[in-house]
Design a protein. Structure first.
Length: 495
């Protein structure tokens, strides 16, 4: 009997563990061509769901589903696939291209000029999109690379002997010329589309890092902290000037008053991490709408583009206009938009630049953004309004600084002259950066003012640091699956 009891206990916990960690990973493909279908929506009746990545691959947490539940897969131009959960065990799901039937909605709107469609997209935005307070359950990924083309310092004068040319040459020799970063997190974002009305709750986070390079930067930071503590007086501040351009930096801002306990230092890191992740995320969210209007460059400057209605398609049973656009004058982008033909709602926008977005060069300072590629996708809620489902933003830019720089320590408390130390140099730095941000919103739920006010934003987690992508890290979570490049990514030991 005792052995039977132990066996039952074992089976109970095995069953619990299996259900708790259960998830599905699979591909979405075209049934005719067998090509992968990127950015397909995989969702539950409740509205929760994920989006397939650019390779058509997805991961969906299914531990809460019952045998009677169904899972739905839909994409523009294909028939929606509904699969009972009991049969949801394939590794590839095929979608059939949907035959175009010009229903009464499309036929009645067919005579509309494309300019009229664009005009209608801009109308009644607040009636089409959920712009009020809500709770967004989301996953966010940031990848980036920085490569220094030039990193030179020529010392002209220093009142701190150790900060001489030899010192700078040795330090700059150690600085890695190429750096990569990779962040992921799952969390809840409370708020609307107003930049000032956002609160972020981080639940779990990942950071891929090169331990060797991280240690190099830590050692350099410690070295400078030691030198400055030995040579800079308490309550000093720094004047930083390059020609007529100048600014002020307090001494404590660069770590001169490091009197925090171990616990305080950890909390400061948590606060900093939450602030940085929230800053990037909120910048993305707040750029989509301005008050109660869509705030997209292509629509705001529609007179500079030529729009061509190229086709019809369907998203499930919703008829959709396909409209291509290109510059018709001094415009930056070309791309395609998908518009709900019933409600004239922009449900998907994809575009890339045809010329540099920004190109600035003056007095030894230059900046050039020559790559911007964007995909924005909305999904319909049970209320009939649309909410953000997916955002993919890639940018590439280069910049440089080739100017003299003067750093002066000043102190108003000590007796005598204000100026304590000074460092004069010629600084020549140029680099190339590329960054990609991917956001998927699994679920959007409306909340009231009290729910927003009562949620207290607190920094409670730090990312787990790894040196290569771990496919098991997000086991039991729904995320946007990484592409093949990310899966093979190893940060450690890169030169």
């Amino acid at each position: 009997m005792r052995h039977l009891k132990n066996l039952l206990v074992y089976l109970f916990f095995f069953n619990y563990y299996y259900n708790y960690t259960q998830e599905t990973t699979a591909f979405v493909k075209d049934s005719l061509t067998e090509k992968s279908i990127p950015f397909a929506s995989i969702y539950l009746k409740s509205g929760d769901g994920v989006v397939s990545n650019e390779d058509g691959y997805f991961r969906l947490k299914t531990n809460t589903l019952q045998e009677k539940d169904s899972i739905y897969i839909s994409c523009m131009g294909f028939e929606t696939l509904a699969i009972p959960y009991s049969k949801f065990n394939d590794t590839i799901f095929y979608l059939k291209p949907k035959a175009i039937e010009l229903n009464t909605i499309i036929l009645s709107n067919k005579q509309l000029a494309v300019a009229d469609i664009i005009k209608k997209i801009k109308e009644n935005t607040s009636e089409k999109y959920e712009l009020g307070l809500n709770k967004k359950k989301l996953f966010f990924r940031e990848t980036g690379q920085q490569k220094f083309n030039s990193l030179k310092v020529k010392i002209k004068k220093t009142s701190i002997p150790i900060l001489n040319q030899t010192f700078w040459d040795s330090v700059l020799l150690k600085v890695p010329r190429e750096n990569n970063w990779y962040f992921e997190f799952i969390g809840n974002l409370y708020g609307n589309y107003n930049k000032e009305k956002q609160k972020l709750e981080l639940l779990k986070a990942l950071n891929l890092q090169d331990k060797r390079k991280t240690e190099i930067f830590k050692n350099i930071e410690k070295l400078f902290d030691t030198i400055l503590k030995d040579n800079v007086k308490t309550n000093s501040f720094f004047k930083v000037r390059s020609g007529i351009i100048g600014g002020k930096v307090e001494a404590e801002d660069i770590g001169l008053e490091d009197t925090l306990s171990k616990e305080q230092k950890i909390q400061k890191r948590k606060d900093s991490y939450l602030k940085s992740r929230k800053g990037v995320l909120v910048n993305i969210i707040s750029e989509l709408f301005d008050k109660k209007e869509l705030d997209l460059s292509i629509l705001n400057k529609s007179s500079k583009y030529k729009f061509i209605q190229t086709d019809f398609t369907y998203l499930g049973n919703t008829p959709v206009y396909i409209i291509d656009f290109r510059p018709d004058g001094n415009a930056d982008y070309k791309g395609r938009m998908y518009v709900d033909a019933d409600l004239f709602v922009l449900i998907r926008l994809e575009y890339t630049n045809v010329k540099p977005i920004r190109d600035f060069s003056m007095f030894g300072v230059y900046f050039k953004e020559d790559l911007r590629k964007v995909v924005i996708q909305f999904k319909k809620m049970k209320s009939g309004k649309y909410c953000l489902e997916f955002f993919d933003y890639t940018t590439g830019f280069e910049g440089g600084f080739d100017r003299p720089l003067v750093v002066t320590e000043k102190n108003k408390i000590v007796q005598g002259r204000n100026k304590q130390n000074q460092l004069k140099m010629d600084l020549n730095i140029s680099n190339r950066n590329s960054q990609r941000y991917q956001l998927i919103v699994f679920d959007t739920k409306k909340i009231d003012d009290n729910a927003f006010k009562n949620f207290e934003e607190t920094a409670e987690i730090l990312p787990e640091n790894k040196t290569s992508y771990d496919p098991d890290f997000w086991k039991g979570y729904s995320i946007i699956e990484p592409n093949a490049v990310i899966k093979n990514l190893t940060i450690e030991n890169q030169n």
